[in-house]
Design a protein around this ligand. Structure first.
Ligand code: MG
Length: 291
């Protein structure tokens, strides 16, 4: 065991000198990750996209998956076929072999559990624990409001992570599944550092902005971008001297995907955010309060 629990995937040395094995399992459950109204293809797609995002979070290459599905006794065969269609289409897109699994009964509704194997060149694994004071903090895509659509359609950042790891000296990398503030805190804790974010640099999604406008009790857009879950974007740090070359190269290579430098790693522990009114601290739940 090279890396056990606590990072995006387990990292294993199975005796092959060239590659380390990445191992991840993830489940989606009816009523929590999808509903009876969710199109079945999107359920199957999401079930595989989630662990794929964790392979991306280690800059790995996915390989093979086992799929376990739990079904109520009165399941709808067409719905189950739709789930597999969505899952298989994404598997083909990312060259993942579905090599087995299990079907079981679950009276409470449908669940799908995917165990995914991947690989990464030995010694090239990108973990959460490498962030260093002075690092620039980057995030791909836009954040917040995922529950209004993106959580069923997100693209796992496999290609982007491999491109990044191959060209730049990343110090830490993870995917954002529980919200930027909470997940960045994992990097800070694992690395023994703190961070300061720039509120104006945080890429807020269209959905988070639209929803804040249309619904009275929605979170303000910045809070949504900091705390909403299921963004499945990459969060990483690298020496700030590489920030400008990275932004230039990224724009040329991935013109359709936003890349934002959102702040800097500091020696002082804790997570802070700077806006027009000054610096605030972010508490354990990610919410902004005045300091
Ligand atoms: Mg993850």
């Amino acid at each position: 065991v090279v890396v056990g629990p606590g990072d995006d995937c387990a990292v294993l040395d199975l005796g092959n000198a060239r590659d380390s094995i990445l191992f991840k399992t993830d489940a989606v459950v009816e009523g929590i990750h999808f509903t009876a109204e969710t199109p079945p293809e999107k359920i199957g797609r999401k079930a595989l996209a989630r662990p794929l995002s964790d392979i991306a979070a280690m800059a790995g290459i996915p390989g093979a998956a086992l799929v376990t599905i739990g079904l109520p006794k009165d399941y709808d065969l067409e719905r189950v076929e739709g789930i597999y269609r969505g899952l298989n289409a994404l598997a083909r897109e990312y060259d993942v072999a579905i090599v087995g699994g299990e079907t079981t009964t679950n009276p409470g509704g449908i669940f799908i559990s995917v165990a995914l194997l991947g690989k990464v060149a030995s010694g090239k694994t990108l973990l959460r624990r490498g962030a260093q004071p002075g690092d620039a903090i980057f995030v791909t895509g836009t954040l917040g409001g995922s529950l209004y659509g993106k959580h069923l359609d997100f693209e796992p950042r496999i290609r982007e992570a491999q491109w990044l790891a191959g060209r730049f000296h990343l110090h830490s990398l993870m995917d954002i599944s529980d919200g930027l503030a909470g997940d960045l805190r994992h990097i800070l804790k694992a690395s023994g550092v703190g961070a300061e974010l720039h509120a104006s640099a945080i890429p807020i999604s269209r959905e988070a902005k639209l929803h804040a406008r249309s619904s009275g009790n929605a979170k303000p857009p910045l809070a949504a971008a900091l705390t909403d879950g299921e963004d499945f974007e990459l969060l990483f740090t690298l020496p700030s001297s590489q920030a400008v070359p990275l932004l230039d190269a990224w724009k040329a290579h991935f013109p359709a995907i936003r890349l934002s430098c959102i702040g800097k790693i500091h020696q002082t522990p804790g997570l802070r955010i700077r806006d027009k009114s000054g610096i605030r601290t972010l508490n354990d739940h990610g919410y902004v309060h005045l300091s």
